[in-house]
Write a protein that binds this ligand. Structure first.
Ligand code: SF4
Ligand code: SF4
Ligand code: FES
Length: 314
């Protein structure tokens, strides 16, 4: 099978020019993108730089963007991405600094993982031998534990693209692994910490991390799990939680979203002087013709929406 690769190249030692280089190689039908890159490096161009180790989707080192989506080179079969012999675009992962060709600097990735304190912090007396927990209590954790730290979710996270302070999908999926571990003694402190700006409430549910994760960790779902834990624990003194409550309340009462109320309630303002910082935002909204009506009418049938809420609330 003929494989056409179009690989993004960058070598700071030879000037900072970024360019695409095309390669054409003959590969087996079952070959992966990584196999093709290794073939290129072995037989065509020894200067091509990329990371890999296990070639079995275990070590997490071959994260890259293939046809615009992050993933593992060793898990992506050629026939999946180029069924009719199309050219395959291969680029380094996003949201991380490129060091050379397909190799990125993972420093920021590890800093964020470290920031969630990814180690058990039990309290109480040390057990004589080990902490025993029922199997059932660990089942939920196994999903988050599948993470191989490949960085694909971070590469394609749309929030990290614009906000470097966001902890991001990989770190927050790891955070969940400890929030939900019955042996950990600092669950509430952890949730408080992850609820701060840059944490769980900054995810915009774009779903990219779920789509690209090669190990089905579904980081966004893990973020939603921590949010649920935060709400259940009554950790609500933050914009995200207030936003969620206000959203639900306005739909419950009127059958649809009251955008004006949402903006005010999300910030937790309680009096007129506290509302003053919102004035410039309000003016911009008004000039853009997006100001919601100050009178928020109920939608026809809103009583049925309310009934649904009441049923769910039990
Ligand atoms: S769902 Fe959230 S964490 Fe996942 S990629 Fe989108 S913004 Fe990032
Ligand atoms: S959550 Fe998935 S995509 Fe993100 S680092 Fe872990 S394995 Fe990779
Ligand atoms: S080489 Fe180890 S995950 Fe791809």
């Amino acid at each position: 099978m003929k494989v056409k690769l179009n690989v993004k190249r960058f070598d700071p030692e030879k000037g900072s020019r970024v360019y695409f280089q095309k390669y054409e190689v003959d590969m087996d039908d079952q070959a992966t993108v990584l196999d093709a890159l290794i073939h290129v490096r072995e037989y065509v161009d020894p200067t091509l730089a990329f990371r890999c180790s296990c070639r079995s989707a275990i070590c997490g080192s071959c994260g890259m963007r293939i046809n615009g989506m992050a993933g593992l080179g060793c898990k992506t079969k050629i026939f999946q991405v180029a069924p009719n012999g199309e050219e395959i675009n291969v680029e380094p992962m996003g949201n991380m600094k490129v060091l050379r060709d397909l190799i990125v600097d993972m420093g920021m990735f590890w800093d964020k993982i470290r920031a969630v304190e990814p180690w058990l912090q039990p309290t109480g007396p040390e057990p004589e031998r080990e902490h025993i927990v029922p199997n059932q209590a660990m089942i939920d954790l196994t999903v988050a534990m599948n993470c191989i730290m490949c960085g694909s979710c971070v590469s394609d996270c749309t929030v990290m693209e614009v906000d470097k302070s966001f902890l991001g999908p990989a770190a927050l999926a790891k955070a969940y692994r400890f929030v939900d571990d019955p042996r950990d003694g600092h669950t509430e402190e952890r949730i408080e910490k992850y609820s701060k700006p840059g944490g769980i409430w900054d995810c915009t549910h774009c779903y990219f991390c779920v789509q690209v994760c090669p190990k089905d960790v579904a980081p966004m779902d893990r973020i939603l799990d921590i949010r649920e834990a935060a709400l259940n624990a009554g950790i609500k003194n933050n914009n995200g939680s207030r936003h969620s409550d206000s959203f639900a309340n306005s739909v419950k009462i009127s059958g649809w979203l009251d955008e004006g109320r949402l903006a005010v309630e999300s910030h937790g303002y309680t009096n007129i002087p506290e509302l003053l910082p919102l004035i410039p935002v309000g003016l911009r909204v008004m000039m853009a013709g997006k100001m919601p009506s100050p009178i928020h009418h109920k939608r026809p049938g809103s009583k049925y929406v309310k009934q649904l809420f009441e049923k769910l609330e039990g």
